[in-house]
Design a protein around this ligand. Sequence first.
Ligand SMILES: Cc1cc2nc3c(=O)[nH]c(=O)nc-3n(C[C@H](O)[C@H](O)[C@H](O)COP(=O)(O)OP(=O)(O)OC[C@H]3O[C@@H](n4cnc5c(N)ncnc54)[C@H](O)[C@@H]3O)c2cc1C
Length: 590
Amino acid sequence: MKIIDKINSRISEKRPFFSFEFFPPKTDGGVHNLYNRLERMAKLEPTFIDFTWGAGGSTSGLSLELSRVVQQYFGVDVMMHLTCTQMPLDKIQETLTQCQEFGIQNILALRGDPPQGGGEWKPCEGGIAYGSDLVKYMRSQFGDYFGIGVAGYPEGHEQSSDKDECIRFLKLKVDNGADFIVTQLFYDVEEFFNFKERCLSAGITVPILPGILPIQNYSSFKKFSDFLKIKVPDGITSELENIRTDDEAVQKYGIKLCAKMCQELLNRGVPGLHFYTLNLEKSVTAVLKNIGLIDESVSSRVLPWRPATVDGRRAEEEDVRPIFWSNRPKSYLARTMTWDNFPNGRWGLSSSPAFGRWRDHYLSRQAAGASARLEKLKKSLGEPKTFDDVSQVFINFCDGKIDQLPWCEFPVQAETSKIDNDLHRINSMGYLTINSQPQVNGADSTDPYVGWGGAGGYVYQKAYVEFFSSPEKLEVIFKKLDKFPSISFRAVNKEGKIYSNDKKRTESVNAVTWGVFPGKEIIQPTVVDSESFMIWKDEAFKLWLDEWASFYPVGSQANDLIQQIHDNFYLVNIVENDYISGDLFRLFDD
Ligand SMILES: Cc1cc2nc3c(=O)[nH]c(=O)nc-3n(C[C@H](O)[C@H](O)[C@H](O)COP(=O)(O)OP(=O)(O)OC[C@H]3O[C@@H](n4cnc5c(N)ncnc54)[C@H](O)[C@@H]3O)c2cc1C
């Protein structure tokens, strides 16, 4: 979606918004950590996330890759920066065409800085000279496809001695088709408002987003403000000089100062704030909490899972998913990337979809950040010698001691705290859990743990647990099922041999999450269904081999052990249909 449309709708609703800038990390480990951070920061619901373009195109491949992955898999709209530095027009054309293919619809069009040590900026052969030329070129080649942002400089551009001249060139960028302006960072709020005034006088009426950099430590603050020749008010300089060697004090001061500045900007009519995060999370999050733009006591989830932001599968176009991929949502997105029709409202029309190969997942072994992720996963899994060692890994995950499993991309969800003792108990019994949700009977739709869908509604959930089990342990619970008529149980091994108790329910589609909202039909966004369970089981069993056994040499004790589990165990899903007074975990008593 175009960012300008989101900005305009927030302006008309008078709802302030915020966005985050990140840069491509230098190492594989840095990329992996950034993905984890983005996962958390996406939950704060920024209006967009943007990625810088390294000076001289030094990070161009990675900027494009990060932009693609976040646009396609993280449920946030992305703006990619693009500069003219060492970019002949054919390369610009190629990059923008790729953006179009990847569904990236927003570009911050820049001239760029010279490559490091490159001296004065000059256009390359076959290239263009200014940000305004890039905007013009984009509009001539791609029409209205892209939403275009451009850079503005409240204190003037360093290569221009004349602030009015800067405004004239900024006006040219807007006249050529730019939709909005993001400013260079500043610490003097008056500089920003003077700039805004000058823009208005020159006839620039597009939204202007102030660029905000919270002071996170003294040396990076000095580096940026000196390099960019940013005016630092005397009061700030003297306060910082007193605490410059105390990093914690500097960070605290930076948060307080930044929150004050942001509050003033909002009070004086700025529609939204753009944060230069420097790939860090703590200060920006603290500032947003201080000024009340994020409130963790109220759920802001639209659906129980994060809707995508690519055309054709936004929340209004796709509002049902099988529960099996809840801990591997990117794999689900990758596998269903080519669908042009999603089960919507009622699970039915696309109930036999052609799920693509799950190996297309963005964290395949070749992708940026993958080797660091696998290295970390390997460390979390250790080198099991006995089944108890394997079981301990699952217990550690439930207890929050490790933060991923091959089946779970991120740590246990907050809602799991309601059942963590039960999960710990059944994992200790040798049932290896990979997915679960607690029972909920009409919680407020803004509940911070289980709420979704906005204020005014009620949400419901059936208790669910999914695990791997040995045939012997499976037999134990299967025999008890007669005493639990409200439980639906389905187990399958890698060959597809099935055990189930409640054919009517296990062979149809069972909604396990639903919400009731005023003036709307009941929404049922999560289901357990037999067809996608059979597709998921292939992926789930394969993960034992690809993301566990493969860490050890063939023939080693650990490799043999994991291989045996893969060959013999069953994947089981259990739903407690009585969401009012049922107790799924009683099945495991005795
Ligand atoms: C929000 C933001 C994000 C940024 N992200 C990146 C990034 O990802 N990667 C990166 O390398 N750099 C980035 N930069 C830095 C930016 O590339 C530099 O500041 C660069 O020197 C100017 O880019 P511009 O698009 O603003 O240039 P322009 O608007 O083209 O201006 C460049 C200079 O040329 C002058 N000028 C403009 N048009 C004309 C004209 N028609 N005739 C004569 N002179 C003219 C201007 O006054 C100015 O001095 C970013 C800057 C900002 C504010």
